[in-house]
Design a binder for this molecule. Structure first.
Ligand code: AMP
Ligand code: GLY
Length: 423
């Protein structure tokens, strides 16, 4: 089978690495890919939003199966385009990717079907939103309705911040049209857990739990980023939590989407908060998490192509997922200054130290070739993942592995997985 992966970050590198292990795959392409992915796939210089070019390439190369990584093309309807061309594709159609593409949609869905989440109000006009935040409980949370690179959520600890926040989103339009509608949400407390799942429209299979570290600096200080590191499993995702979520969240979400005529095929990423009351949904994503994927897939024992195909064919009920009884930790190596401004183009050295290793991996997020050198090409540069028999060992292994690579401006958090000590 000839397979094409759409995307070019650390998540897509981890997916490509796992797909490359499948005996079903004869040839692997990635568009646009990156310098790390180029080791295991043929990279094609087509941008993820260039749908017509992407479909034309897939037709020309007689691609049998496409896997879409990022949110933007999914929300934009790339899956529908491949389907129209009769190419098998893994990912939700546009009408289902709205689960991530619109916070107002996902909140209304949860309300309608009784899926636990924070109380909220939706606003289309700045005047009404301003009126509301003048009296609503504080702290409060403002969310831009649309995609905003993970930055469209404002936690407001004072009323002044809430008023300013509404202005930023709706009047200054900091995230463009994504903020024309906003959700104002009850502030919740508790531990956060990410849970990834495969869905075929009817059946849902849960992968394993993970935890991200979204802030740039140690101690969860600094600005929000795409994610500075992850660990899996989460020790806070207990059997009791799992049971509750299976009963009240996972299958209900898939059934709700089907009932709305928006059959969901692909990955649903449940962003959960374990509140004192019960687990509640913070957000849905319609794709694999980044960098959650970098700790989840190295623990997965299935042939991932078999699972992808079952999702597309509607036969996921025949598949049981299997994860190793171990742990994984991923530490993101970033360019100093990320997420604001940073220099790129520094040579990355030491990548060969990971060649052939089965307990540590380096997934490229932002790298490219400069002649025959590999250089930094993004805010997040590499995700160094290590596995171990337990979380503490995996964490020690991951930090040891971060020393094996170097580049100018290398920056990482030193406390990825600190929560493990509190479990
Ligand atoms: P989201 O993109 O919706 O996951 O929000 C980004 C981050 O904001 C989450 O990972 C939480 O840390 C935080 N957050 C979102 N919604 C709430 C809420 N209702 N209460 C407290 N924190 C929240
Ligand atoms: N790591 C969070 C996300 O992928 O949205």
């Amino acid at each position: 089978m000839k397979v094409l992966i759409v995307g070019g970050g650390g998540r897509e590198h981890a997916i490509a690495w796992k797909v490359a292990q499948s005996p079903r795959v004869t040839k692997l392409y990635c568009a646009p890919g990156n310098a790390g992915i180029a080791k295991i796939a043929t990279c094609v210089p087509i941008g993820v939003m260039e749908f017509d070019k992407m479909v034309a390439f897939a037709k020309e190369e007689k691609i049998d199966f496409v896997i879409v990584g990022p949110d933007d093309p999914l929300v934009g309807g790339i899956v529908d385009k491949f389907e129209e061309a009769n190419i098998r594709v893994f990912g939700p159609r546009k009408n289902a990717a709205i689960l991530e593409g619109s916070k107002a949609f996902s909140k209304d869905l949860m309300k309608k079907y009784g899926i636990p989440t924070a109380a909220y109000e939706t606003f289309n006009s700045p005047e009404a939103a301003l009126e509301y935040v003048k009296t609503c409980p504080i702290p409060t949370v403002l969310k831009a309705d649309g995609l905003a690179l993970g930055k469209g959520v404002l936690i407001c600890n004072t009323r002044e911040e809430a008023i300013e926040g509404v202005k930023t989103l709706m009047l200054d339009r900091q995230f463009g049209s994504a903020g024309d509608t906003i959700v104002v949400e009850e502030f919740m407390t508790g531990r956060e857990v990410s849970v990834l799942s495969f869905c075929d429209g009817k059946t849902i299979r849960i992968m394993t739990s993970a935890q991200d570290h979204k802030r740039a600096k140690d101690g969860d200080q600094g600005l929000n980023t795409g994610g500075m590191g992850t660990f899996s499993p989460s020790p806070f995702y207990t059997e009791e939590v799992d049971k509750f979520c299976r009963e009240h969240i996972y299958q209900k979400t898939v059934d709700a989407m089907a009932a709305e005529g928006r059959e969901f095929k692909g990955v649903i990423f449940f962003g959960l908060m374990l509140t004192p009351e019960c687990p509640k949904v913070l957000e849905f994503n319609a794709r694999f998490g980044d960098p959650e994927t970098q700790v989840v897939l190295p623990r997965m024992e299935n042939d991932i192509m078999e699972v992808f195909e079952a999702c597309v064919d509607g036969t996921l009920d025949k598949i049981e997922l299997s994860f190793a009884d171990n742990a994984a930790v991923c530490v993101v190596l970033a360019s100093d200054g990320y997420p604001v401004s940073y220099q790129k183009g520094f040579e990355i050295k030491g990548l060969e130290n990971f060649d052939g290793a089965t307990d540590k991996f380096v997934f490229h997020a932002g790298s490219k070739f400069d002649g025959d050198k590999i250089v930094t090409n993004g805010g997040r540069v590499l995700g160094v993942t290590a596995i171990g028999p337990d979380l503490k060992t995996a964490r020690a292994n991951a930090y040891a592995a971060t020393k094996l690579v170097c580049f100018g401006n290398k920056y990482m958090r030193s406390d990825i997985g600190k929560a493990i000590d509190e479990a």
